[in-house]
Design a protein around this ligand. Structure first.
Ligand code: SF4
Ligand code: SF4
Length: 348
């Protein structure tokens, strides 16, 4: 069951209700088996995490709050032994996406059949370059095999490159390679820790010149090219509004969005702590969230976050641009053709 009528109806109703948290990223584990450059997780792993029962209880709370989509990431979420159970339960109520670095998905195929999208992070078509970024020899080959096999198995797999100075000139060819094979591509943007909050929920890593986008012209051209390509290509899963916002940001620094952290989206970590985004300090546990969601304290934090301009984390830009009733409608409009394909694939 990937998308049945009951779930589709629930999502449609919730996406039209104002003042809801629509999007949640849940970092379900702090364990990782890779050693990516520019990432802190593998240096600061933690074996503690919520139990299966706590995860299910947390998902019920998100359901009651009206959340419509959840991204499971980590660490590598597939390193959790109970990920089958978590995905099966979550997929009954939410649009679910799960990330893998390409190393674990083939061992978890049955669990992944529950997810709406499986995102394999892959940054380049060049084996050595990819292995250099991931810090693991053989990671590129493994990821390529994984994508191919999942696609053949009928799982909704997509490739998710992180755009950085390291691969900015390859993003178009990588996109064409996968979309030409009927495999969707969606993007992350290189990010690093700023000094937003000393007690932030989650640390990614320090700035790295190898990845920091210095060639702004190339980034602007890339936004234009992807915007043109996506007119004819349903497999490019980034909205036109997001591409426009990114282009403007690199053109003259203007932000076309107001941040909606702790309003339309929030993060949960492996211990169940909730923060508006990973750069902000935890403000609740998932279990206390219902009683705090409409509090004055949360409203005050929302005001601060709305004026914040400390990050360009692409997911947050997307959630901020599209985290409203109007924004949800824009996604539907923008991805109408993709949605039709998705439905076709989902039906038995
Ligand atoms: S980027 Fe992802 S796969 Fe790589 S070390 Fe960090 S958490 Fe692990
Ligand atoms: S802009 Fe929003 S998502 Fe980014 S650091 Fe500020 S509050 Fe967090």
């Amino acid at each position: 069951m990937v998308l049945n009528l009951e779930k589709a109806a629930r999502i449609a109703v919730h996406s039209l209700r104002p003042n809801r948290p629509y999007h949640v990223q849940w970092l379900v584990t702090r364990k990782c088996n890779y050693r990516c450059k520019g990432c802190n997780v593998w240096r600061e792993q933690d074996t503690k995490e919520l139990s299966t029962e706590e995860m299910i209880r947390g998902l019920d709370i998100l359901r009651e709050l009206g959340v419509i989509d959840i991204v499971f990431s980590g660490g590598n979420p597939l390193l959790r032994n109970d990920i089958d159970e978590i995905l099966e339960y979550a997929s009954r109520f939410f649009i679910t996406t799960i990330y893998d670095n390409g190393s674990m998905a083939l061992e978890k195929i049955d669990a992944l059949r529950h997810a709406n999208f499986v995102a394999i992070s892959l940054d380049t078509l060049h084996e050595e370059k990819n292995d250099h970024i991931k810090g693991i020899k053989g990671s590129w080959k493994k990821a390529m095999q994984t994508v191919e096999k999942l696609h053949k198995e009928g799982i909704h797999v997509g490739v998710s490159p992180t755009i950085s100075q390291f691969n900015i000139h390859e993003i178009v060819s990588l996109t064409k390679y996968f979309s030409g094979r009927g495999i969707p591509v969606w993007y992350c943007l290189y990010s690093h820790d700023t000094t937003a909050d000393s007690d932030q929920l989650f640390k990614i890593g320090k700035p790295d010149d190898e990845f920091e986008i210095a060639d702004k012209e190339a980034m602007i051209r890339l936004c234009d090219t992807l915007a043109n390509m996506k007119k004819k290509d349903d497999n490019i899963l980034i909205t036109t509004q997001t591409l426009n916002a990114m282009k403007r940001l690199f053109l003259d620094g203007k932000r076309l969005w107001k941040c909606r952290a702790l309003q339309n989206f929030f993060m949960i970590d492996h211990l169940g702590r909730v923060a508006g985004c990973h750069l902000r300090r935890p403000v609740s546990s998932i279990f206390e969230l219902p009683k705090l969601w409409n509090s004055n304290n949360f409203d005050a934090l929302r005001k601060v976050y709305r004026e914040c301009n400390r990050c360009i984390y692409l997911c947050y830009i997307v959630y901020s641009l599209h985290g409203s009733v109007r924004g949800n409608l824009q996604i539907v409009q923008d991805n109408w053709k993709s949605a039709r394909l998705f439905w076709k694939k989902s039906r038995p």
